[in-house]
Each structure stands twice: as structure tokens, then as C-alpha cells.
Ligand binder design. Structure first.
Ligand code: DLL
Length: 429
């Protein structure tokens, strides 16, 4: 552990700390941010109503639209001159969401990312190839700050320029790499093209996240890059990367840094808080942030919390773990009544052998009928292979889709950032 006294805090102490921090956060928002005060008043709560952790459920959920409605900095709780950094996430429509950090927030950010990198296998003195985008996106600079806090030597490559990335890895010999899982596969293709075998490079650990991915993709990346890969999760509105990370020795759920972020899982339809172990939407409160405190932020990400350990587990941690993200509530494709997440299709394809792990989904509508076209790269165009993929999807996912085999290299690739897996043409002509 990077911070054993925090990551392995006795549970009664952790719960007491969370409550105290939640109360302070609610009070701060009420006092300093008129928009939050109005939101509390609208449902008839005041910070004094927060007497137990369970009382949090009485507070309103916060959504991305709340940040947009108060663009750019209307939800900030400190005067402008105390801010030290802004990041922004590009929305698909309209204005971006701006998130603000003061000095305290940047220290929290570095601390949780340092813990995450440590859990992922990184140790002080290692070299770190950081292929997350630097800029308004929180990935690049977020991982950078945490790597410096941990004591890594960071190579700030940012995204893109795959050939140069591979040369830098071969020349600078990093042990640790961070990028999106889809980009890890692109880098693996370039290693293969150059005839570099897994295990022949210095890489030992990969820290992958920022988009949904599957267990099969993990195995594929591990085999092709010769690394142990762990899942890093986070979002700009709460901090950026580093809300949670798996432990490299376990790879079973991501430790959520609960002394800074308080998690709830809620029913996507009713908003009711669900017990540990049940799947629902992850709702997070940032309980130690000062510039942009956030209560009950609706992440839209579908996951579950693994039940709390009654005693420290083999890693020594007591904070709860969250499962991988199954999908986003808004990525859900409802195809003729059947719920499908792109990751379910990925789970069918990756590791099949005859096809590459790159895929793309196109949704179309004819009259009232929706169709899903699954585009997959294969060396040979054979009817048998296409039919086999369609059959596997039917059996494993429960929907009828049409498969199209494409020339290897023809489907969209990650250029370092998040990859869009779905093109939705329904309702467009
Ligand atoms: O993607 C922060 C980040 C950077 C996380 C680098 C990990 C590594 P945003 O751009 O605000 O922030 O996007 C947040 O990305 O709500 C999820 O839907 C998705 N996401 C992030 N990490 C994961 C993950 C960054 N490990 C949104 N698995 C989140 C699945 C993820 N989805």
C-alpha cells in the first residue's frame, strides 16, 4: 500500500471519517455555493439533516446538467484566485463541463493517483510511459501528478504517434505504461509489426481505463504486451483518474479510495440506494475536495460494490472494491427489447482467434425495426466465420445481429483517447 493508515483504516474509523467529511462538504456547499443551497432547499434538506451515512440518500442527486447549467464555474466553492487548474470534458453536445481544482484538490488528486499506481504494481524509481492525453482531459496530467507523488520517472508522451511511442518504449525502457485499453491494443499491433515479442520489452505493468473493457481484452493485452494489466477508473467531475484501481496481485475489483470518495449504488429507474453486491448506477460524493465539492454525483456508470471485508484482506486494505464498469446507463443499446452493452459484444469477439480485437457497431432503423451491424476485422472473408459470429452473439448475448467482416486495419482505431464504439444512424434519414 502507498498509504497503509488510510487504505487499511479500521472500518469504524473509516465510516466516522466519511461522515465527518460528508457533513463538512454539505456545509461548505450550502454556505458557499448558492446553486447548491437552492438545490438542497428544493427538496427540503439542510446540512444538519446529515446525521448518519444513511441520511445522505435524502440529498438530491447531482448530474452533468447541473454543471452545464452553471457553466463555467458556477459550482465552484472558492474565489477565482484560489484556483490552480481547470480541466474540461468535451460533451457530445453543447458546452464542455469545466472542473476546477485548488491547491488542496491537486494534492488529493496526486495522492489518489499515487495509491492507484502503487496498487497497479508501480514502485518508486520505476520509469512510467504515460500515453494518456495531456491537455484539458484529466488523464494525462492526472496520472502525471500521481506518478511524481509516488516517485516514478515519467515520460509524458501523451496520446497518438504510435510508431514513436513504440520506439520510446524500446529506448527508454519503462516498466509501467498507462493508456486506454483500446490504445494498448494499437501499441501491441505495432510491436507485432516490428517483430518484438511480448516479454522482450521492459514493460511489466499496464494501467488501463477511461473506457469500458472486458476481461478478455485484459488477457489479450497482457499476452501481447507481456504485462500485468489493472483497471483504473475515474471521472473529471469527481477528480479525474484515480477514484479506484485494482491491485495487480489480485485483479479482482478496483479499490475505491473511500476516505476521499463516498460511493453509493442506486437503481437506475427509481434512484433507490441498493445494498453492496447489487448492480446499479455508481453515485459518488467527493468528500475532501474544496474547489469543486460534489454530493451524490450520478456517474451513469453501471457497476456494483463488492461487500466490505470484515477484516483487512490479503492486500491489507479495508476500503471497498468496485467491479468493472459494465457500461454506461446511456450506452445501453435496446435492440428490439433486449438490453445490449458494447462490452458484451467485445466479450464474444476478443480471443476468438480468426478476428482482430477491433470492432465497431452501427445501429440502423428500417421502418420501426432497429438493426445492429457488427463490423469485425478478419483476414479472410468467409461466410462460415460470419455466421459463426452471428451465432455466438445470439447464444451469448441473446440478440440477432448482422456481422460484416472487414479488411484488417480498416476499422477506427484509438489514437490515444477514448474510442467511440457505436455509430447510431437511427432516426437519421
Ligand atoms: O476518463 C478519467 C480517466 C482518465 C480515468 C484516465 C481513467 C484513466 P472523463 O473523461 O470525465 O474522465 O470520463 C469519465 O469515463 O464516467 C466512465 O464512463 C468512463 N471510464 C473511466 N474509467 C473507466 C474504466 C476520465 N476504468 C467516464 N472503465 C466515466 C470503464 C471508464 N469506464
Amino acid at each position: 500500500m502507498f498509504q497503509p493508515d488510510r487504505e487499511g483504516m479500521p472500518l469504524p474509523d473509516l465510516r466516522a471519517l466519511q461522515l465527518a467529511r460528508l457533513q463538512a462538504t454539505a456545509a461548505r456547499m450550502h454556505e458557499r455555493v448558492p446553486a447548491h443551497r437552492a438545490r438542497f432547499e428544493a427538496v427540503g434538506v439542510t446540512p444538519d439533516d446529515l446525521r448518519t451515512l444513511g441520511d445522505l440518500a435524502r440529498f438530491p442527486l447531482t448530474r452533468k446538467s447541473d454543471l452545464r447549467d452553471h457553466y463555467p464555474l458556477g459550482l465552484s466553492a472558492v474565489p477565482r484566485h484560489e484556483l490552480r487548474r481547470l480541466h474540461a470534458s468535451s460533451g457530445t453536445t453543447g458546452k464542455p463541463t469545466v472542473v476546477a481544482y485548488d491547491e488542496n484538490d491537486l494534492a488529493v488528486f496526486a495522492e489518489v493517483v499515487a495509491r492507484s499506481l502503487y496498487a497497479a504494481g508501480a514502485r518508486p524509481g520505476m520509469t512510467f510511459h504515460n500515453a494518456y492525453g495531456y491537455g484539458l482531459f484529466t488523464g494525462g496530467l492526472g496520472l502525471h501528478g500521481g506518478a511524481e507523488r509516488l516517485g516514478l520517472c515519467t515520460v509524458p508522451v501523451s496520446g497518438g504517434g504510435t510508431e514513436r511511442q513504440v520506439s520510446l518504449i524500446l529506448d527508454l525502457e519503462p516498466e509501467v505504461i498507462a493508456c486506454t485499453p483500446s490504445y494498448a491494443l494499437v501499441l501491441a499491433d505495432e510491436f507485432t509489426r516490428r517483430g518484438v515479442r511480448p516479454g522482450d520489452t521492459s514493460l511489466r505493468y499496464a494501467v488501463l481505463g477511461a473506457e469500458p473493457w472486458t476481461e478478455k481484452t485484459r488477457r489479450e493485452v497482457e499476452a501481447r504486451l507481456g504485462v500485468t494489466a489493472t483497471n483504473i477508473y475515474g471521472l473529471s467531475e469527481i477528480i479525474g483518474p484515480g477514484v479506484s484501481n485494482e491491485d495487480a496481485a489480485e485483479q479482482r475489483g478496483s479499490y475505491l479510495w473511500e476516505d476521499h470518495f463516498y460511493p453509493e449504488i442506486v437503481d437506475p429507474e427509481t434512484g433507490e440506494v441498493l445494498p453492496d453486491g447489487e448492480w446499479g448506477v455508481l453515485v459518488l460524493s467527493s468528500i475532501s475536495r474544496t474547489a469543486l465539492p460534489m454530493l451524490r454525483y450520478w456517474t451513469g456508470d453501471i457497476t456494483r460494490l463488492l461487500p466490505e471485508a470484515t477484516e483487512p484482506n490479503a492486500t491489507g486494505r479495508t476500503v471497498r472494491r468496485m467491479d468493472g464498469i459494465r457500461g454506461r446507463a446511456d450506452d445501453l443499446i435496446i435492440l428490439r427489447g433486449v438490453n445490449v452493452y458494447p462490452t458484451q459484444l467485445e466479450a464474444v469477439l476478443v480471443g476468438m482467434g480468426q478476428v482482430s480485437p477491433h470492432y465497431h457497431v452501427v445501429l440502423t432503423r428500417t421502418g420501426t425495426r432497429d438493426d445492429l451491424l457488427l463490423r469485425v476485422e478478419a483476414g479472410e472473408e468467409t461466410v462460415a466465420l460470419r455466421t459463426e459470429i452471428e451465432r455466438l452473439v445470439k447464444v451469448q448475448v441473446g440478440v440477432t445481429v448482422r456481422c460484416e467482416l472487414c479488411v484488417p486495419g480498416s476499422l477506427p482505431r484509438s489514437e490515444g483517447g477514448k474510442l467511440r464504439r457505436v455509430t447510431d444512424l437511427r432516426g437519421k434519414g
